[in-house]
Design a protein around this ligand. Structure first.
Ligand SMILES: [Zn+2]
Length: 272
C-alpha cells in the first residue's frame, strides 16, 4: 500500500516537521491497512496516545457511496527530537509508549466497535502487529515506512502487512525477520520499487495481489458541522461566547481550517 500523496498532504496541512510527518504517515498507513478489506460503508480511526511530546496522533478513514475520505491529526506538529543512534527519526520516543493503540470502527449500520492494546514501542508498525495478534489472534508482520528527504519533506510512504494463515505462524516469524534485515521500506518505495515487488522479495511463495486505489487526504468537516458542535455546548458556555467573545471560532484538528461565527449567528443558536 503506497500512501505517499496523503502523507505529503498531511505534512502540508499541519505544517509538520519531519518527526510529526513521519508519525502521521505511519498512522495513516496503519489505518489504510486496517481499512483495506472493508467493502461497505464504514468509518475507522486509529488513535495513538503514548504520553510522548507529539500528543495524540490519529488517522481516520471514512468510506461512503464509493468515496473515501482520509484525514489525520497530531497535537504538536512542530515537535523535534534528535535522531536515534541508527540515524532514524525517533518516532517511538515522540509518540511514547505509556498508553494505547485504539482502533475505533463504525460499520454501515452505525454500530460502533472499539478495541485497544497497550503500546509496545510507539513505532506504530510494531504496535499494529501487536494489535492484530491481541485483537484478532492473527500473527502478522507489519512494516510502515515514511521516508523524509533531506529537505525535511515526505518523499515516500507506505505500509505492508503479511498475515499468517492457520498453520503458518513460523513463516510469519521468518518474514518478520526478513523485514528487519531489508533496507528500510520507505527507502525502497522511494527508489520506485512497487509494494508488489517488495512483498515478493520477502515471501517465499508467489502471491495474489489486488491493487487498490490510492487514498486522498480529504477532511469532511464543514461550517454546518462546526455550527452543530457549538449548538451542543452547555447553554452557559454559549452565553459566555456571546457576551465575552462576541463570536466564536472553531478550528478543525484534522485540516486546521477555521470557521468563524458572528455574535448574531450564536444568538440564533440560543433561540433555535
Ligand atoms: Zn477539517
Amino acid at each position: 500500500m503506497v500512501t505517499t500523496e496523503s502523507a505529503r498532504a498531511a505534512q502540508r496541512v499541519h505544517r509538520a516537521g519531519p518527526l510529526a510527518a513521519a508519525a502521521m504517515g505511519r498512522a495513516l498507513a496503519a489505518a489504510a491497512l486496517l481499512a483495506a478489506d472493508v467493502k461497505e460503508a464504514f468509518r475507522l480511526e486509529v488513535r495513538l496516545q503514548g504520553g510522548g511530546p507529539l500528543g495524540l496522533v490519529a488517522a481516520e478513514i471514512r468510506q461512503a457511496e464509493g468515496e473515501q475520505w482520509l484525514r489525520v491529526r497530531v497535537d504538536h506538529p512542530e515537535v523535534d527530537l534528535p535522531l536515534r543512534p541508527d540515524g532514524k527519526l525517533a518516532v517511538g520516543q515522540a509518540i511514547g509508549r505509556n498508553g494505547e493503540l485504539v482502533v475505533w470502527y463504525e460499520d454501515a449500520g452505525g454500530v460502533r466497535y472499539q478495541s485497544q492494546v497497550p503500546l509496545v514501542s510507539g513505532e506504530i508498525g510494531e504496535d499494529l502487529a501487536h494489535y492484530y495478534w491481541q485483537s484478532v489472534q492473527v500473527p502478522s508482520a507489519v512494516a510502515l515506512g515514511v521516508l523524509v528527504g533531506p529537505s525535511g519533506l515526505v518523499a515516500a510512504s507506505g505500509g505492508v502487512v503479511v498475515q499468517a494463515l492457520p498453520g503458518s505462524e513460523g513463516e510469519v516469524e521468518a518474514v518478520s525477520a526478513r523485514f528487519a534485515r531489508l533496507a528500510a521500506l520507505s527507502q525502497r518505495l522511494n527508489d520506485g520499487e512497487s509494494p508488489e515487488d517488495l512483498i515478493r522479495s520477502v515471501l517465499p511463495e508467489p502471491i495474489a495481489w489486488s491493487p487498490r486505489e490510492p487514498l486522498r487526504f480529504r477532511c469532511q468537516c464543514s461550517r454546518r458541522r462546526s455550527l452543530s458542535l457549538l449548538k451542543g455546548l452547555p447553554p452557559e458556555e454559549l452565553t459566555a461566547l456571546i457576551e465575552e467573545q462576541h463570536g466564536a471560532e472553531v478550528v478543525c484538528h484534522y485540516c486546521r481550517r477555521r470557521y468563524r461565527f458572528t455574535e448574531a449567528e450564536l444568538r440564533q443558536l440560543q433561540s433555535g
